[in-house]
Design a protein around this ligand. Structure first.
Ligand code: CA
Length: 230
């Protein structure tokens, strides 16, 4: 079973998450400050790190940066509700995902499963596989290292914002993304109810991908948002 490190100084949260994750069968280690967390993360091969941002000793962003110099251990950041810039900076610094506190445990479990699945190396192919950050669904491949999107090998030109929205959807396969989530993750600001900026980007993506290649990639979930399913 996967081994998860929780770096969180709020003891109540850390203990609650530990209990829930242990109950799911994960093996858990905990650290209550950034320095201890970084040391553990560097000296053990965790399958995932849950990393709070506001930490004593060394803040979460710095832990993430130092960890990324040496390792690709998947990291999910625990962020405060209105810390949009933290989320953007965190993703830019190499976090795999973030979850906003307070969170429902089901949401955290879902994100952990998705992140672990995304990082699982297919057995037998491990040695020969080059290290790439790409996801393929229905013939559509998004390569976040090369910043490229192809459909059955044919390159598709996307703007940065279209790319980030597609990435958010593809990296959270089967998890419905609200417009708010797409906006704050991909655009870096909180979504403001009426201007359906996300809908515009989705329309553009559909015209460049779904319509052009005659596939049904992006599904609308009425009243909620969008999802990409396999
Ligand atoms: Ca904290």
């Amino acid at each position: 079973m996967a081994r998860i490190l929780i770096v969180e100084d709020e003891e109540k949260i850390a203990r609650f998450v530990e209990l829930e994750l242990s109950h799911e069968g994960y093996e858990i280690d905990k650290a209550a400050d950034g320095r201890a967390g970084l040391e553990l993360a560097l000296s053990h091969d965790y399958d995932l790190v849950l990393l709070d941002i506001l930490l004593p000793q060394l803040n979460g962003m710095e832990v993430l940066r130092r960890l990324r110099r040496e390792k690709n251990t998947p990291v999910i950041l625990l962020t405060a509700r209105d810390a949009v810039m933290d989320k953007v900076a965190g993703l830019d610094a190499g976090a795999d995902d973030y979850i906003t506190k307070p969170f429902a445990i089901e949401e955290l479990l879902a994100r952990i499963r998705v992140t672990l699945k995304r990082h699982a190396v297919p057995s037998g192919a491990a040695v020969a596989m080059p290290v790439t950050n790409s996801v393929t669904i229905q013939g559509v491949t998004i390569d976040t290292d090369r910043h490229e999107v192809t459909v059955n090998g044919v390159p598709v030109e996307l703007t940065n914002r279209e790319f980030e929205i597609l990435r958010q959807l593809m990296e959270h396969q089967d998890i419905v993304q609200t417009r708010e989530a797409l906006a704050s993750a991909a655009l870096g600001y909180d979504y403001i109810g009426e201007s359906n900026v996300i809908d515009v980007y989705i329309r553009q993506l559909r015209s460049k991908i779904d319509d052009r290649f005659n596939i049904k990639l992006i599904t609308t979930v009425r009243g909620v948002g969008y999802v990409i399913r396999d």
